[in-house]
Write a protein that binds this ligand. Structure first.
Ligand SMILES: [Zn+2]
Length: 290
């Protein structure tokens, strides 16, 4: 079984005719590692964009890829057929963070109408694995270059080109590779895996929806923890259900704000209860014209 490290460069493109955006893949780089984690073969392919004819300034700055250069590329579908052939059958796909895998799945869906990339059977996130070897209080995802620096690996090539990033990812991976420990990071890529990958979390906007019931929620007084009497007419504003409640014991009104976020397999509900500020009474020292 081989490990294949993939790295993609993408252009954050907007299509005005379709009124939608996507991260369109413009370069694919990959390296195939043997059992000793030595690079056996490399893959490099420019992809001719079909979604947008412009390269965003961010992408240009990062990758230095020009639209002229991309004219030598091949369409995404052709590039992926070549890549699939190059991969062979028995491999674990690796990438630095899941964002490349997400972009890959999204490009398959939008440019090829395919929801499940069936030739990818196993996947692992090398960033997550490498980060487990770095002691840090910072839980933010570490960049590839920072990780290399922590591991004392010299960066030889300019990064943010697909193949150079793969080579450096391979070096970081090799630096901390432990076959048994790494097993737990490998996911089976079934239909559920890709559904989860492509799922976009959203805020629920309807009071009763798919297992969520706004009217079934209870709200505690933040001062005495007794149940508030809630006004049922919630308003939906800025992804938030808003209403007010009254505490009989404290004789106080409260503002209630509820957000329900639909994740792939759970709904996360957050409730906020604030004391309701009284409306300012009109000041008595108003000048009254005689
Ligand atoms: Zn109370």
């Amino acid at each position: 079984m081989n490990y294949i490290i993939i790295d993609l460069e993408w252009n954050n493109a907007y299509n005005y005719a379709k009124k939608t955006g996507m991260n369109e893949i413009i370069e694919i780089g990959a390296v195939k590692l043997n059992d000793s984690l030595i690079i056996e073969e490399t893959f490099k392919q420019l992809v001719k964009p079909q979604f947008s004819k412009k390269i965003s300034s961010h992408c240009k700055k990062l990758t230095h890829i020009t639209i002229d250069e991309l004219k030598n590329g091949i369409p995404f579908v052709e590039a992926m057929k070549d890549f699939r052939r190059w991969c062979g059958d028995d491999f674990v796909l690796l990438s630095w963070s899941t964002s490349d895998l997400y972009a890959l799945a999204d490009n398959f869906k939008k440019l090829w109408s395919i929801d499940e990339i069936t030739f990818i059977k196993k996947y692992a996130d090398v960033q997550k694995y490498c980060q487990s070897y770095i002691e840090s209080e910072n839980t933010n995802q570490i960049s590839l270059s920072n990780c290399a620096e922590k591991f004392g690996i010299t960066i030889e090539e300019e990064l943010h080109r697909a193949l150079a990033d793969c080579v450096l990812t391979a070096k970081c991976f090799k630096h901390v590779y432990d076959k048994d420990n790494f097993k737990q990071y490998i996911h089976n890529c079934d239909k559920d895996f890709f559904c989860k990958l492509l799922f976009k979390s959203y805020y629920i906007s309807s009071p009763v929806d798919n297992g969520f019931d706004l009217y079934g929620l209870s709200f505690e007084c933040p001062l005495c923890t007794q149940q508030l009497k809630v006004k049922k007419d919630f308003e939906f504003l800025n992804n938030t259900f808003c209403s007010s409640g009254y505490c009989k014991s404290c004789k106080k009104h409260f503002r209630i704000a509820v957000r329900a976020k639909q994740n792939y397999n759970e709904i996360v509900i957050s409730k906020k209860i604030y004391p309701l500020k009284r409306k300012k009474t009109r000041k008595s020292n108003v000048n009254i014209k005689n």
